[in-house]
Design a protein around this ligand. Structure first.
Ligand SMILES: NC(=O)c1ccc[n+]([C@@H]2O[C@H](COP(=O)([O-])OP(=O)(O)OC[C@H]3O[C@@H](n4cnc5c(N)ncnc54)[C@H](O)[C@@H]3O)[C@@H](O)[C@H]2O)c1
Ligand SMILES: N[C@H](C(=O)O)[C@H](O)COP(=O)(O)O
Length: 327
C-alpha cells in the first residue's frame, strides 16, 4: 500500500515530520511529496540521518527500512529557511496538494496524509485558498465534504469550515445541515464501522436558541433537518446547547458531535486531544487525513515538536485504506 504525505509549508514543521516519521517503519510505502534539499537540510538541523530514495510510480510499493525517505521531488521556488515564510513558495505548496489529490483519484496512492500549510501566505501569493478540505473538494468535483477531527473518545464534525463568523448564521440552512449529517452518518458506517451511529447535533445560538428567544436557526433550519433524518431512522439528536453537549455524560455514548462552525467544536476537541488527534475529510472520493496542528513556524528545525498527531493521522490513513480494501 502506498500513502502520500504532502509536506506542506516548507518553512514549517511539515518537513521535520517527514524526517521524524522515517525514524520508524510503517506498514506501507510512505511517499513524501516535497523538495529533497529541504528534507536533507531539515534532517541535518535535527541531527538525524536519512537516506533519500527517488519515488518511482512504476515500482511496486514496498516497505522501506527505518531512516529511508521516499521522495517525490517538487522544487521549491526559492531556498527555504526554517521558520521563515516566503510567498514565492506558495505555488510549490499547492503543487504538492495537486499531486497528492490527483494521485489518490488515479489510485496511485491509497490515501493522502497532509502536513500543515500556511493559509495566509498562500493567499498573500495571490492564490485563493481556504484549506485542504475545500481544496480537495474542488479538485475532485465533490459538492459537499465534511471536516471531522477525531481523538480517542471524541469525534467532532463541522457543518461550516473555514468561513468568517459573520457568514455562519446565514449559511446554516436546512439542506446544508441535512447533507452534512448524511455524510457523517454514512461515513461513520462505511469507514469507521459504526453500525448505527449516534450523532449529537449542536445548536448555533447560545442555549440552542432558547426556544427562539436567542435566535431562530434551530427552529427554522436545524430541527427540520433532524426531523427529516430521524424519520429515516437515522440516530441524530439535538439541537443541543453546545456548552452542554460536550459534557462527558453526553458524549460517552455518542459516535460524533456535529458542531455548526469551526470554533464551536474544534477548541473542545483540541483541548481534549491536541497532539493525539486527526483531521479527516469525509465525503471525498479518496481518503485524506491530516495532523491536528498548524505550521508551528516557531518550532521548525528545533527538534522540539510532537509527532503524535502525525503518527495518528498516518495510522488512521492506513487503517481506513485497509478497511476500504475489505469493503
Ligand atoms: N493542517 C493544516 O494545514 C493546519 C491546521 C491548523 C492550522 N494551520 C495553519 O497553520 C498556521 C499557523 O497556525 P497557528 O499558529 O494558529 O497554529 P499552530 O498549530 O501552527 O501553532 C500553535 C502553537 O502550537 C505549537 N505547535 C503546533 N504544532 C506542534 C507540534 N506538532 N509540536 C509542538 N508544538 C506544536 C506551535 O509551536 C504554537 O505554539 C495558520 O496559517 C493556520 O491556518 C494549518
Ligand atoms: N481546521 C483545521 C484544524 O484546525 O486543524 C485546519 O485549519 C486545517 O484545515 P484543512 O484540513 O482544511 O486544511
Amino acid at each position: 500500500m502506498r500513502i502520500a504525505y504532502s509536506t506542506g509549508e516548507p518553512a514549517g514543521i511539515g518537513p521535520d515530520i517527514a524526517v521524524l516519521l522515517a525514524q520508524q517503519t510503517w506498514p506501507c510505502e510512505l511517499v513524501v511529496l516535497g523538495d529533497k534539499q529541504v528534507l536533507q537540510d531539515r534532517a541535518q538541523q535535527l541531527g538525524l540521518a536519512v537516506s533519500l530514495v527517488a519515488y518511482d510510480a512504476q515500482r511496486e510499493p514496498q516497505q522501506w527500512p527505518q531512516g529511508t525517505l521516499v521522495v517525490a521531488q517538487h522544487d521549491t521556488a526559492v531556498a527555504v529557511t526554517a521558520g521563515q515564510l516566503h510567498p514565492a513558495n506558495s505555488g510549490y505548496v499547492v503543487e504538492l496538494l495537486e499531486h497528492a489529490g490527483r494521485g489518490c483519484l488515479a489510485q496511485e496512492f491509497a490515501a493522502v496524509m497532509t502536513g500543515p500549510v500556511h493559509k495566509g501566505i498562500i493567499n498573500d501569493a495571490g492564490i485563493s485558498f481556504s484549506g485542504h478540505t475545500e481544496f480537495f473538494a474542488e479538485l475532485s468535483n465533490t459538492e459537499q465534504v465534511v471536516m471531522m477531527l477525531a481523538t480517542p473518545g471524541l469525534r467532532v464534525a463541522l457543518v461550516t469550515t473555514h468561513l468568517p463568523l459573520i457568514r455562519v448564521a446565514e449559511t446554516i440552512q436546512r439542506p446544508l445541515v441535512e447533507r452534512v449529517l448524511r455524510i457523517v452518518h454514512d461515513d461513520l458506517q462505511r469507514k469507521f464501522g459504526c453500525a448505527e451511529p449516534e450523532i449529537l447535533v449542536c445548536g448555533l445560538n447560545p442555549h440552542a436558541g432558547e426556544q427562539g428567544h436567542l435566535g431562530r436557526e434551530e427552529i427554522e433550519h436545524i430541527t427540520p433537518a433532524l426531523n427529516a433524518l430521524q424519520q429515516e431512522g437515522i440516530k441524530v439528536s439535538g439541537p443541543w446547547p453546545a456548552d452542554t453537549v460536550f459534557q462527558p455524560h453526553y458524549i460517552e455514548n455518542a459516535d460524533a458531535v456535529v458542531a455548526m462552525y469551526h470554533d464551536q467544536g474544534l477548541p473542545v476537541l483540541k483541548y481534549r486531544g491536541f497532539g493525539n488527534a486527526v483531521n479527516i475529510t469525509l465525503g471525498l472520493p479518496f481518503i485524506r487525513t491530516s495532523v491536528d496542528h498548524g505550521t508551528a513556524l516557531d518550532k521548525a528545525g528545533s527538534g522540539d515538536i510532537s509527532i503524535g498527531s502525525a503518527q495518528y493521522a498516518l495510522q488512521t490513513a492506513i487503517d481506513m485504506a485497509l478497511q476500504q480494501q475489505q469493503n
